[in-house]
Ligand binder design. Structure first.
Ligand code: PRX
Length: 651
């Protein structure tokens, strides 16, 4: 039987947990029963059993001022102590916390005792630099252990980190520094990517020249790339001159559960990224709970690897906070999956005997393209659980993941969540739930969701609707930094006290949830969120551009791809002789303004854009075109001939 037929049959099948897996599973069906019987009591139990509180809480949820939730608010804890010191105190100081693998092949294994000491040193350095509770620290680092150390050191002293993904441009970094009024930036000279050093410190220098607020007093620099950097005396400090020499003694203070932990910027429907704010006790409870139960973590024996960068929420919750709160041993890898060879990831799985792997569908699809021989050259038998996040995983990729990477019989969990939700919200529980390829399946215990029509009616059965979260959850965002109005408008205006996620969804006859993609102007490229408005304003900022429209077109590997339609200014249009070159210039421009992840796959130079009589651009028609489909209904256009003209220009 061919593989394709196998796949087609399995897509409609459910996979029962094997009795062996179920017998050793961390999760059991009792979790659902406990949460259904007493939802708040369930979360309070999790908070008490998974975390160590310096001052126990007596109140679980305060929802007296919706949509501003407070969880465990009268309790006090230190997040870093929960991720570090308590494991050492429990006698697990010698357990490896991080097996770090640099892209050029250098590596370091760091125990919990060592990581704790390093974080204490860094906390002392931050304090010496005048950073205290509530201050904002921007972190712009490659995937090196110091990224984890920096985040935990900031948490340890009650300050707030804002990690900016190392692929973002100087402009993006500057606007994030300004919005949060960061007083310190922690960066590296450079990091390794695709066999080369990419500079980071020079980008920080450029960003600080651009940042208008002037809030940054110091830049702390880790040496990693060994690339040349310029130095601003009095402002710039080397990590090895400061942190490495600081005292390893540090008494951690307890902070209240609602003390802010971090801000993480994410794209919304406007041009300006939103600073999503998360706090301490509730966030750590749900990240620890989901990390333990969704990934079936046995901290004594498992080796866990989440391939996300710490610059994204997945890196925050499932590289740093969840795994370390649970005392897990994990792999941290600096580079790209195909450097120096296409089997690099599988080599790492074999080397460290990785047992739990968490990655994104886009990565799985690109491995599928390369073929099964590459993973087959490595011994992947240590794997016993696979996870997926970031976008819907098509059943074919799910099956490939399970068979080719997982050897055919281990669970695959598809986890739905968002920067805003802080932790996993919808997923199977391995060992408990029958698995169904392509569906994220069911809300985790203690989470309640619904699917509603545009006017708030429940959508039953196969018809699709809008995904809402009906009750507050511990790791929910507490707001948008500096913009409470935008927080209310974006998530709470549509359905009152229910959280509007921005995703379409449907529930099948078994009650399993299928995610249908974003319903707003947010694109999902390789599992990363990008805003059409943000890329449009970047294009319009180019001196040649008169007008621009951006759509997310479906793409075999990246899920969606950015496709732009641009009208050049009349003065420019006459001068442009080579349209391809002009398009390339605009693609480069977006990459330099926002970051390489936002670079459009295609830019089409056109004479007109399809608009309604009220002047709204009809992106739906442009998407049809970008995806090579017959263009849909054009009757609401102000000028129905426009689409014909554009189609001719594009094809
Ligand atoms: O559209 C959903 C999609 O990613 C969005 C959240 O993006 P971000 O905040 O960057 O967080 C990504 C990692 C948690 C969601 O609104 N998404 C995420 N996971 C899934 C998904 N869509 C379908 N299935 C998933 N498992």
């Amino acid at each position: 039987m061919t593989v394709q037929i196998d796949h087609a049959l399995e897509e409609i099948r459910r996979f029962r947990p094997s009795p062996e897996f179920a017998a050793q599973a961390v999760a059991d069906a009792g979790l659902y029963e406990a949460a259904a019987a007493d939802r708040l009591g369930f979360w309070a139990d999790q908070a008490r059993s998974l975390l160590t509180w310096q001052k126990p809480f007596t109140q679980t949820l305060d929802w007296s001022n919706p949509p501003f939730a407070r969880w465990f608010a009268d309790g006090e804890l230190n997040v870093a102590v929960n991720c570090l010191d308590r494991h050492v105190d429990a006698g697990n100081g010698d357990r490896v916390a991080i097996h770090w693998e640099g892209e050029p092949g250098d590596s370091r294994s760091i125990t919990y005792a060592e990581l704790t000491q390093e974080v204490k040193r860094a906390a002392n350095t931050l304090t010496e630099l005048g950073i205290g509770r509530g201050d904002r620290v921007a972190i712009y680092l490659p995937m090196i252990p110091e990224a984890v150390v920096a985040m935990l050191a900031v948490a340890r002293i009650g300050a707030i980190h804002s990690v900016v993904f190392g692929g973002f441009s100087a402009d993006s970094l500057a606007s994030r520094i300004d919005d949060a009024e960061a007083s310190l930036v922690i960066t590296a000279d450079g990091g390794w990517r695709k066999g080369k050093v990419f500079p980071l410190k020079p980008v920080v220098d450029e960003a600080l020249a651009k940042a208008e607020g002037g809030s940054v007093r110091n830049v702390l620099v880790v040496r990693r790339g060994e690339n040349d950097v310029e130095w601003t005396e009095g402002r710039d400090l080397w990590w090895h001159d400061t942190v490495a020499k600081a005292s390893p003694e540090h008494e951690a203070q307890a902070f209240d559960a609602e003390n802010p932990l971090f801000i993480l910027y994410t794209s919304g429907t406007t041009g300006k990224p939103k600073g999503i704010l998360h706090t301490s006790g509730g966030y750590l409870t749900q990240t620890a709970f989901t990390h333990r139960n969704v990934f079936d973590l046995h901290p004594e024996t498992d080796v866990y690897w989440c391939t996300a960068d710490v610059g994204w929420i997945t890196g925050h919750s499932y590289v740093v906070y969840g795994p370390l709160a649970n005392g897990a041993t994990q792999v941290l890898y600096e580079g790209t999956p195909d450097t120096p060879h296409p089997g690099r990831w599988w080599e790492i799985v074999e080397k460290y005997q990785v047992s739990i792997l968490y990655t994104a569908p886009t990565a799985i699809r690109s491995f599928m393209k390369l073929g099964r021989q590459i993973p087959h050259d490595f011994n992947l038998r240590s794997l016993r659980l696979l996870g997926s996040v970031g976008e819907p995983i098509n059943p074919e990729a799910w099956i490939w993941y399970r068979h080719v990477i997982g050897g055919g019989s281990i669970p695959v969990v598809d986890t739905w969540w968002q920067t805003e939700t802080g932790a996993i919200m919808i997923s199977a529980l391995p060992g408990v739930t029958d698995l169904k390829p392509g569906s994220a399946q069911v809300p985790i215990p203690g989470i309640t969701v619904d699917i509603l029509s545009d006017d708030g009616e429940k959508v039953e059965g196969e018809g699709g609707g809008l995904l809402v979260i009906t009750d507050p959850w511990p790791s929910m965002l507490r707001g948008i930094w500096g913009d409470p109005e935008r927080f209310k408008e974006t998530y709470w205006e549509k359905f009152g006290d229910k959280y509007f996620a921005g995703d379409g969804a449907r529930r099948d006859e078994d009650g399993d949830i299928w995610l249908l993609g974003r319903v707003d102007d947010v694109m999902n490229v390789s599992g990363h969120r990008l805003s059409t408005a943000e890329i449009e304003s970047s294009l319009v900022a180019h001196p040649w551009t008169a007008e621009a429209a951006v759509v997310g077109a479906s793409d075999e590997t990246t899920g969606q791809a950015v496709v732009a339609f641009v009208i050049l200014k009349a003065s420019q249009a006459e001068r442009v002789t080579d349209v391809a070159e002009a398009a390339d210039e605009l693609r480069r421009h977006v990459a330099s303004q926002i970051g390489a992840i936002a670079r459009p796959r295609q830019v089409f130079i056109v004479n007109e854009l399809p608009k309604t009589r009220s002047g709204k651009i009809m992106r739906r028609l442009l998407r049809d075109l970008a995806e090579g489909r017959q263009v849909g209904d054009t009757t609401t256009l102000a000028d129905t001939s426009v689409m014909t003209a554009i189609t001719e220009q594009v094809r």
